[in-house]
Every structure is written in C-alpha cells, then in structure tokens.
Design a protein around this ligand. Sequence first.
Ligand code: GDP
Length: 433
Amino acid sequence: RPTVAIVGQPNVGKSTIFNRIAGERISIVEDTPGVTRDRIYAHGSWLGHNFNLIDTGGIEVSDEPFIKQITDQAEIAIDEADVIVFMVNGKQGMTDADERVAQLLYRANTPVVLAVNKIDNPESRADIYDFYALGFGDPYPISGSHGLGIGDLLDAIIKNFPENAENTDDDSIKFSVIGRPNVGKSSLVNAILGENRVIVSDVAGTTRDAIDTKFENDGQEYTIVDTAGIRKRGKVYEKTEKYSVMRAMRAIDESDVTLMVLNAEEGIREQDKRVAGYAHEAGKGVIIVVNKWDALKKNNHSQQEFEADIREQFQYLAYAPIIFVSATTKQHVSQLPSLIKRVNENHQRRIQSSTLNDVIMDAIAITPTPTRNGKRLRIYYVTQVAVGPPTIVLFVNDPELLHFSYKRYLENQIRKNFDFVGTPIHLIARRRK
Ligand code: GDP
C-alpha cells in the first residue's frame, strides 16, 4: 500500500487535512489498554485506492530549533513516503522555512504535490501564484477548514502513486518483526535468514526504503515485512519513539502475523504494549518472542515466571503463543517458521457453519445464556463471515444481552474445539430480523 506524507511548517493546517483525508484508522473491536491514539498515522482511501497517511508534524523531533525540526520532518517524509504533500500557507505567503523544505524535497526523487492551504474563498486564489517559484508545478489551492479543493488534491496524489505499489499479493506468509530498539530484532531476522534459503526477487522496489525480504522454509515462502525498517539505525529514527512506533504500525498493517519481540533481560515496557495493542486491534496473528534467553541467569521457574508476567501484562493477547529464543545461540530460532505458518493457518481458518453451530449449541447447553431484566439472550444461528482474523456473527434476539463475559466464554469454547492459537477471533452479535 502506498504511503503519503504531509510536510510543512507548524500551523499550516496539516492535521486538519490529515483528519479530513483519514478514514477510520482501524476498526476498533474493543479497547486495548496501553494504546494511545495518536493521530499521526492513518489509512486513507480515494476512488478505490487505499493508502497510508502520515502527518509528519505530529512527530516531534526533539527540542531542536524550529528550522531543524521541520527539515528533519521533511527527511522523514522523504524516507517514508511514495508521495509527499507539501503544504504551505496561502494567507501568509512563502517563508524561508518553505524554501528550505523545498530544497530538500527537490533533491529527493519522491513526487511532491504542492498544496496551498487557507484559500477559503475564490478571491484569494491569486495568492497561490507566488508558490510556483517553489518548483513543484501547479499548486493546489485548498481550504482545510472549509473542506475545499480536497478532491482535486487527492486526485493529484493518487496520480503519483508508483505502479505495483498497490498489489503485492502472492502466496507467501507475510510477517513483521516489531519491538523496541535493542531487543534484537535485526539479529533475529539475520538468524532466521541465515538458516533459510533467501529468495532474491527481481521486482523493482518502490521509492521508499521499506524493503521486504523473502525466504523459503520447508516448501513455504515467507516475506519479512520492512526488513529495512528493522535494521534502521539513526538518531531521528531511534530517539523519536513516535516515528519508530509509526513505522511498526505500518509493518503490522502489511503483515498477516506479527512477531512481538521482547528482551528477556529488560522485561516488558510501555512501548511494547502500544505496538502489541495495535497488532491486536488490527486483528493480526501475534506471536510473542522472548529474545536473549541465553543472557538471562535462569532457574527452573524462570520461564514460567516470565510467561506469567507476559500473560498478566498482555491480557488481551491470551491467544498469542510465547516462544523463548536466542538470536545469538540460535536456540529455538528454527522453530519460528513453522510456528508462523501455524498461526497464519489459524488466522485464515474457516469453520463450517454446521460444525460451528454444534459447538455453540453445546456451549449453551453447558452454560445457559445470560438474562438481563428478565430477558434471556437467544442465539439462533452462528456463521463465520470472514477470515484474517476469523470473524463470526451470532444472530441473536438482542445484541445488548451478549455480556462480554459470556462472549469470552463462547470464544473459549470455540478455541477448545479448533486450533486458533495466535489469532484473535472477532465475535459479533447481530439482531436477527
Ligand atoms: P534491534 O535494535 O531490536 O534490531 O536489536 P539488535 O539486533 O541490533 O540487537 C541489539 C543488541 O543485542 C546487539 O548488541 C546484539 O548483539 C544483542 N543481541 C541480540 N540478540 C541477542 C541474543 O539473543 N542474546 C544476546 N545475549 N544478545 C543479543
């Protein structure tokens, strides 16, 4: 999926436009603790084209001077985006900062669409002509606050999407490797690649540096999403948590299964929870990988204790298997591909309606449905409507009566009967008409 980044100096109206273009970020099934909803990364869609959207203005790059901050943001946009929307203020006119950003963007090869914001009425359209001097062709007059010109701007954006950035579908299992800096992501990726046959692709990459790597294991192809991001080092990237979190989110979006890497020596931190929560909400398969297991002084209880801590802190990831590995000694690394494959199969698992109904009816027989105000929940029929993640609709008399604890009970009964390890299951109650 192509990525669009918005750059421009503070107060030009980047976040207003961002919010207008951004649709639902992801369909949020339930609230996950620890996930804060920064609006710097979102999904957009226009005329059937889906894309990622980044507001670089939301990425604070430390307390550097103003000009340094916005040039850093422009660098990030150049690194990340297939198309850059360079936004300037039509009311204020051109500034030195605009010219500095323009120089940076000019040297990069990324297509730039110039948007002149705050053109709230047709008479002020004359104000846009100065901006031709920036050298990005026709400026697009827009008004974020009035919602004017956005359609033309979006047309210009999608016209600049690289070919083949939108369909990368193949039969490989796509997985991402996420975790804080230094947990050992790149060592782990190297260890995996060292044990498997890497498939060299002749498909030309897109402009941004999100390069995927493919390998084969036991006749199955796998794609590690955004290996470039995993290996990425540098001040802005590693010091700016929002930036690396955003990049992790995008990698999660583009994968079927996420390896959530923790560092055995450091335990679980807040940032771990944020990205894990995102993977869960996005409905991806999740495997918790505890790396550096070699480095820990262990006794007979260490693994159990570590597991208990993970279960306690990531309660919503109860379905995620935990694997203890060492990228350094390669301990258990060879087990990862088959585990990823199993989780992917579960994520894509489809259960026949008749079988599913039998399981649910048995569950109801063991533990009757709840009542509220004398009214009992009735489940008439159950059917799976989607995979990736498995999504099951319960047709009921009144969706309000499906208390979350009963929902969880039903989910557990389903899990007892089928292998759904590693994947969330979405249970949705609908009123039968
Ligand atoms: P990343 O930032 O998550 O990609 O982490 P790196 O792969 O760069 O690893 C960070 C540091 O941890 C490096 O010094 C690695 O050598 C070390 N490291 C990575 N994996 C292991 C491991 O399994 N055991 C030990 N003892 N050290 C590791």
